[in-house]
Structure formats: C-alpha cells, structure tokens
Design a protein around this ligand. Structure first.
Ligand SMILES: [Zn+2]
Ligand SMILES: [Zn+2]
Length: 251
C-alpha cells in the first residue's frame, strides 16, 4: 500500500484550501500507483486548512487521504497548543532555519560562507534533536536538509548526526526518505545512505515522500528510494492513522 505523506497541496501560494486544488494531487498519485496520500501543508497555513476538504477529497479521489502538517520547528516558537484537538494522522517536524537564518531559502546560501561548516551542521542537528525530543512528531522531515546546496562537513556526517539520531530513536519518530533533494543543487535524496544505515541500526522506521508542491511531483523518483532502502536492509515502511504507526511491506 504505497503512501506519499509529504504533499503541499497549497504549494507556496497558500489558500484557498478546497477540493479543486487538491484533486490533481490525488489523481496524480493514483496514476503513479500510490494507494495512500497525506497532505502536510506548511504550518503557517494552519488557519487556512478546512478539514472537511480532506474527507470530500477521499470520496472523489479514489485514494486514501491522510492529514498531516509540516511543522517548521524552532525552539522559540511554542505554538504546540494550536495543534491540539485536530484529527492529525501525523505531524512532520522539520528544521528549515538556524536562528533567524532560513538556510534553505533561495538567496540565503551566502550564510554557508560566513560560518564554520561543522558548526553549522552541529547546530542544525542539535535543532533536529530538540524537535524529536518534544515527542510531538511522528515523522522527522528531510533529516539532512542542511546539505541542500552541497556543502559538506569535514567531520563525518554520521558523527555530527548521532545525537539527533539517538533522540529520534528514543522519541519513536520515523524518518522520511524525501526525494525532493534530487531536484536541489545537492541532487541527492534526504537523508544520505550513510545516515540511513545508522538509522537502520537504531531500528528507526522510515516512510518515502516526494515533498511535492505540484501534482506532477507526487511520487517522484520513488523507485530510487525503494532501491536505497532495500540495499540498506529495510523491508517495511511506516504508515500512520491518527498518530498511530503501522507498518507495510516496502514497495
Ligand atoms: Zn520542509
Ligand atoms: Zn515540505
């Protein structure tokens, strides 16, 4: 039952949130052979989400529809109460900024030249670890997003990520193989095979996602992600319903 849990039906354009906007994603997923999709809009669109839309989409979209949210984690932003009381199937915790430096934003690459690369990686993974330690998230988004522009640390990345991976394992959260990285300057899936191999040793489950911001991106390069997981030894994927995890055979 292949699922893609990281779809942005509102892209970066925002509302309106309606079935007409989301239906092309459901149709594209069905064509791609997926049997389950999940929307994970950026949390700055939280107030614009209409939960009835997801139920209506499932009725007409020939596919199971899950409801998630991509939470832009920052320790200064304590808006977790706003997330309560809604029927989430999962929450994705993602780090997109170190302090006020939104490092993955186009035009923000300059920040990589102005500080030590190992410090940047360590600071980034410290935030990922803090996100996991909140216990709020079922999925940790694009674990090594910090490599987006191809800047590599001097120290082995597995060492830099180890404390975050330990906290993820302890929290029970899963990692996503996010294929969007293939379409960024780094041209690699997030996270790298070496980080996944360590996650496998730590018994951290995984999902596969496209981070699609447009219908034609749904399920992109999934076969490549499946291949990487098989090579590492994974034989199942995590699925979610009302923040409970289930497992399905890898496909
Ligand atoms: Zn993200
Ligand atoms: Zn995303």
């Amino acid at each position: 039952m292949p699922a893609d849990y990281h779809l942005h039906g509102l892209g970066h354009e925002g509302p309106p949130h309606n079935v007409e906007r989301l239906l092309p994603f459901a149709r594209a997923a069905h064509r791609a052979g997926l049997t389950e999709i999940g929307f994970a809009e950026h949390d700055f669109y939280l107030a614009d989400l209409d939960f009835d839309v997801f139920a209506r989409l499932e009725q007409c979209g020939q596919i199971k529809v899950r409801v998630g949210l991509e939470v832009d984690f920052s320790p200064d932003k304590q808006h977790w109460q706003e997330l309560d009381g809604r029927p989430w199937d999962y929450l994705i915790g993602s780090v997109h900024a170190i302090g006020d430096w939104a490092f993955d934003y186009p035009g923000e690459e300059g920040g990589f030249a102005s500080r030590d690369i190992d410090t940047i990686y360590a600071d980034y993974f410290a935030l990922v670890g803090r996100a996991a330690a909140t216990g709020l998230f079922q999925i940790i988004g694009h674990l090594d997003l910090i490599k987006i522009y191809g800047h590599r640390p001097r120290q082995p990345v597995v060492e830099l990520a180890e404390p975050a991976l330990q906290l993820i394992a302890a929290s029970g959260a899963v990692l996503e193989l996010n294929t969007a990285g293939l379409f960024k300057p780094v041209a690699e899936i997030y996270p790298s095979p070496e980080l996944l191999a360590r996650a496998f040793e730590l018994n951290i489950p995984v999902t596969i996602s496209s981070d699609a911001h447009a219908p034609e991106e749904v399920g992109r390069q999934r076969a490549q992600a499946v291949e990487i997981l098989r090579r590492i030894g994974y034989n199942c994927l995590a699925t979610f319903c009302r923040r409970q995890m289930f497992t399905e055979p890898l496909a």
